[in-house]
Design a binder for this molecule. Sequence first.
Ligand SMILES: Nc1ncnc2c1ncn2[C@@H]1O[C@H](COP(=O)(O)OP(=O)(O)OP(=O)(O)O)[C@@H](O)[C@H]1O
Length: 258
Amino acid sequence: MLKLSALQQYYGASHTLWDLDLQLNTGDCLCLMGRNGVGKTTLLKAIMGLIPVQDGAIIYDGVDLSRAKPETRAELGIGYVPQGREIFPLLSVEENLKTGLRAAGKRGIKTIPDSIFEIFPVLKQMLKRRGGDLSGGQQQQLAIGRALVLNPGLLILDEPTEGIQPNIVSEIGDVIIRLNKARGIDLPRPAPEDIGEIHQAIVRIQRELGVTVLLVEQKLAFARKVADRFCIMDRGRLVADGLMTELDETMIKRYLTV
Ligand SMILES: Nc1ncnc2c1ncn2[C@@H]1O[C@H](COP(=O)(O)OP(=O)(O)OP(=O)(O)O)[C@@H](O)[C@H]1O
């Protein structure tokens, strides 16, 4: 499905990706892990053609994309959800989704597929609302929904849970609110956000829609839930990979914990 060989990337004189090989098989959900600044986002952008690579090959379904434009990669069925989501805050949910139709049109898709609303019912309910009025979790659903308009074979997600309050945090928040209430302080309850919805969606996208998934994710518990395989980067190099069940404490301490 996707094969990277001996990829080299530089930002000016700074060598960021070093001789990087990676293989992603059809149907996999692979989580790319590593500490801040090791080159994860750079690698995803290189796969999408948003930054040039200086050497090496990016082969997708047998086609060498190393020098192809980002639009070509989208037209071939690679969907991308960037870090920070990048939805259009002033456009409605529907208009945001329709921006995905440009590349999708080249794949014969003229309307927003219903499967997106089955996976993200909230997008249907909020079709006419402005993107900027959605919560962080809903904006992430919109960003993923927009990438799905393409009916991608491969979906690339850069930190889909970033900035979304995990359940555990909201549970701790609940306790603090209750304790304060007992002391006569009435704090407003923060809007409940749930990375569980994003988790469910990624699993359904992989299993029900048959989309191969490559994601960057720093939250270990989340990564363990969604991905079947992991690979770890350190200072621009791939240093470990395997089944998610094989990710052990030694690797976590050596490459992931700060
Ligand atoms: N546009 C750029 N120009 C120059 N250097 C950059 C640029 N973008 C990133 N870098 C540098 O390249 C290295 C890798 O950055 P990258 O964002 O790919 O890391 P990351 O693993 O995704 O980190 P994070 O988890 O913080 O997003 C870092 O040292 C970063 O400072």
